[in-house]
Design a protein around this ligand. Structure first.
Ligand code: GLC
Ligand code: MG
Length: 584
């Protein structure tokens, strides 16, 4: 026997011994409430659809495209801020929490949007931005001149003098987090831009105000809230300097990462606020009835902190905190095990009885097709749609939109604009915010304006929804539609999850439910083809049938493959089905 043959024999023997790990036990309650198995679609209103030709997306634009969400198979959407705002941080600087910004339309447009969405069976979630207001908000104006009752709405502190702030804290976007106001001879604290003063949540009046904001929108009939910037709600009350980061040498002193954020981030009180907001929405439902109003919290924190967003064991918090670990812990070159690791991290740390969720991108992160490869875009969409729980899609991901090109001169994002030009490519978030590519007409069908708020990506002529929707074409969009249907199968809703790296760059998992077909997802994200066996999955045997493929696959639904030997092309992803061998 040749050495090669022995090696082959040995590896296949070894392989048949490997058994895929069960990392999630299915749940029989996975669908007993509307949000638990829903795909949430993030609309970035500025860039979705412009109805009035001013170059900026608006509410009527969204209304005109609600049918598109239905066609895509989406039943819930969350909208980035549409409230009154000077627009310094693209609407995350709110000057009236209870009004719609005229750039987006009117309150009656919003009412119509909500009604139209509900009529189509689409839930609407709003962005709740409690940490800060705009400096144009009346509360800040009143606080600035110490109007009685408003003095302590924000975080005011004496500095050493008018140019030396109380401590070394910097903003999330870099530079001092303190701004001097001569009227009070004090500094106010802002974790984001100077136009976004932080509210002081140690003031019970502020807590009440923000609860009232929730109730205002609940009364309008919204289905829940995405809660912005949780880690920053509270600051440590001692206001001491923050220490240098362990790797501070890698950063410039004005940069966020220069310091270790032990006083401005993730204070336990911030998580407690989520519990209080949960009480607000739960009580509302108790009193007024209707479906569960859902809370999803935004934080990039360590896993042990994130998991407390769900619950502290006694009190419930967010229905789910966004799971950004697939975004933050993977790169273009990640191996299969490096992708499995954040998946396990979530499922193995999640408190029992809670619902997982999977996010690939948002308005703060490079587009997934750019970051992880457009050739892998379907594979990643399939991955997050077929794992247990909620899937979250950022507008455009369903058509594999890539980062747009925005020059420094065209840039809008303050995160980049307040820094030096040399940091621009690294810091701007405008690339992932360019308008949705609807069709091949002018401005990709997004707007009739001469100039859109951010330039439409020049890729729109070759990549747009219209092209991808044509009958018979293999496209990201058709894959996405297929996924939205497939994930409704009981095996994906209620089934166990077994996961295994079948090769360095080939990841696979099964969703298994007694009495139902077992589905296996196989994703070769590597640059070379690879022949794998599904033998680690004990419930997959014999021949399997293809049910869905990535758009770059040469296979088709209905093809039959031997489960012991499947050659996956580079960047190919497929879902196969193995008939149930248990009769019930
Ligand atoms: C969140 C938003 C981001 C915004 C920031 C300040 O992180 O996602 O876009 O700049 O909060 O509100
Ligand atoms: Mg704060």
């Amino acid at each position: 026997m040749s050495v090669l043959k022995i090696v082959i024999l040995f590896t296949s023997l070894l392989h048949s011994l490997i058994e895929a790990e069960v990392i999630y036990n299915g749940s029989s309650t996975a669908k007993d409430d509307w949000w638990k198995h829903t795909a949430f679609y993030q609309i970035y209103p500025r860039s979705f659809k412009d109805s009035d030709g001013d170059g900026l997306g608006d509410l009527n634009g969204i209304i005109s495209k609600l049918q598109y969400l239905v066609d895509a198979g989406i039943t819930a959407t969350w909208l980035s801020p549409i409230f009154k705002s000077p627009g310094v941080d693209a609407g995350y600087d709110i000057s009236d929490f209870r009004d719609i910004d005229e750039k987006f339309g009117t309150m009656s447009d919003f009412d119509r949007l909500l009604k139209a969405a509900h009529d189509l069976g689409i839930k609407v979630i709003l962005d709740f931005v409690p940490n800060h207001t705009s400096d144009q908000h009346v509360w800040f104006q009143l606080s600035k001149n110490r109007t009685k009752g408003y003095e302590d709405y924000f975080i005011w502190k004496k500095g050493y003098n008018s140019t030396t702030p109380p401590n070394n804290w910097v903003t999330r976007f870099g530079y001092s987090a303190w701004e001097y106001v001569a009227e009070r001879d004090e500094f106010y604290y802002h974790q984001f831009t100077t136009s976004q003063p932080d509210l002081d949540f140690r003031n019970p009046k502020v807590v009440q105000e923000m609860n009232d904001v929730l109730t205002f929108w609940l009364d309008k009939g919204v289905d829940g809230f995405r809660i912005d910037a949780i880690p920053f709600i509270f600051e440590h009350p001692d206001f001491k300097d923050e220490p240098l980061a362990d790797d501070y040498q890698n950063y410039k002193p004005y940069e966020y990462k220069y310091l270790k954020h032990i006083y401005v981030r993730d204070q336990p009180e911030s998580i407690d606020m989520i519990y209080q907001w949960r009480e607000v929405v739960d009580n509302y439902q108790k009193q007024k009835g209707g479906d569960t109003r859902v809370l999803m919290s935004e934080a990039y924190s360590r896993v042990n902190i994130i998991m407390q967003h769900y619950s502290n064991g006694t009190v419930e918090g967010a229905h789910f905190p966004f799971n950004f670990f697939v975004v933050t812990d993977t790169r273009y070159n990640s191996t299969a095990n490096e992708i499995i690791s954040p998946i396990k991290k979530w499922l193995q740390n999640m408190p029992s009885g809670h619902v997982a969720n999977w996010v690939l991108g948002n308005h703060d992160r490079d587009r997934v097709a750019t970051r992880l490869g457009v050739e892998n875009a379907d594979g990643y969409n399939m991955l997050i749609a077929l794992l247990p729980g909620v899937a979250v899609t950022y507008y455009g991901e369903e058509i594999g939109m890539e980062n747009g090109a925005v020059t420094w001169e065209e840039g809008q994002d303050p995160k980049a604009c307040i820094g030096p030009k040399e940091d621009y490519l690294r810091t701007t978030r405008d690339f992932e915010r360019t308008p949705f590519q609807w069709d091949s007409t002018v401005n990709a069908g997004f707007s009739t304006a001469n100039k859109t708020w951010l330039p439409v990506s020049s890729q729109y002529k070759t990549n747009n929804l219209e092209l991808q929707s044509k009958d018979g074409v293999k496209s990201h969009f058709h894959v996405y539609q297929g996924l939205m249907k497939l994930r409704k199968e009981d095996s994906f809703v209620f089934g166990n999850l077994n996961i295994e790296a079948l090769d360095t760059y080939v990841l696979a998992f099964t969703r298994e439910l007694v009495g139902n077909d077992t589905y296996a997802f196989i994703f070769n994200k590597g640059n070379y083809s690879s022949t794998v066996s599904l033998s680690p999955f004990k419930s997959v045997t014999g021949n399997v049938t293809v049910v869905l493929t990535s758009s770059n696959s040469t296979r088709n639904a209905g093809d039959t493959l031997p489960s012991g030997r499947i050659t996956m092309d580079a960047h190919e992803a497929i879902v196969v089905k193995s008939p149930s061998n248990v009769s019930v």
